[in-house]
Design a protein around this ligand. Sequence first.
Ligand SMILES: Nc1ncnc2c1ncn2[C@@H]1O[C@H](COP(=O)(O)OP(=O)(O)OP(=O)(O)O)[C@@H](O)[C@H]1O
Length: 148
Amino acid sequence: MERTYVMVKPDGVQRGLVGEILKRFEQRGYQLLALELIHPTKERLEEHYQDLKTKAFFPSLVEYMMSGPVVGMVFSGLDVVKGGRKMVGETNPLNSLPGSIRGDFCICVGKNIIHASDAVDSAEREIALWFPNGVKNYASPLLGLLYE
Ligand SMILES: Nc1ncnc2c1ncn2[C@@H]1O[C@H](COP(=O)(O)OP(=O)(O)OP(=O)(O)O)[C@@H](O)[C@H]1O
């Protein structure tokens, strides 16, 4: 089953939004496979955001992401990468519809509370980066109620 990496950013953790975000993914029907609160290192963030290294906002992005602990989660489910991105909304909260996580809980691109993988291959790269000891799959009885 497809997997994605979701990370509640430091502002989301400090604002007490972890439970709300977890609830939304769970109630949609995605299966939680892993969850960890960590204080990310600069090295790991630079690896995570390697595609953005040349952007002018890169140093402030890394500083923001190191301003407190983050909560990383792995979810699995049918088309979870695309579905998860839709739930999160657009990079700039201004373009995120109400009902999406960014559309409901934030207003500024530099404090947009949550990350979700944007493609299946980047999801697997990010899961390996943030959960280097691996993530176990397990069979949930709920699956029979969600899939034909
Ligand atoms: N113009 C900007 N100014 C400040 N920060 C920005 C800007 N553009 C992007 N960012 C920050 O960098 C993060 C990564 O940007 P990216 O273009 O990968 O968007 P995203 O895929 O929606 O976000 P994320 O990877 O965090 O899920 C954004 O979520 C945001 O925190």
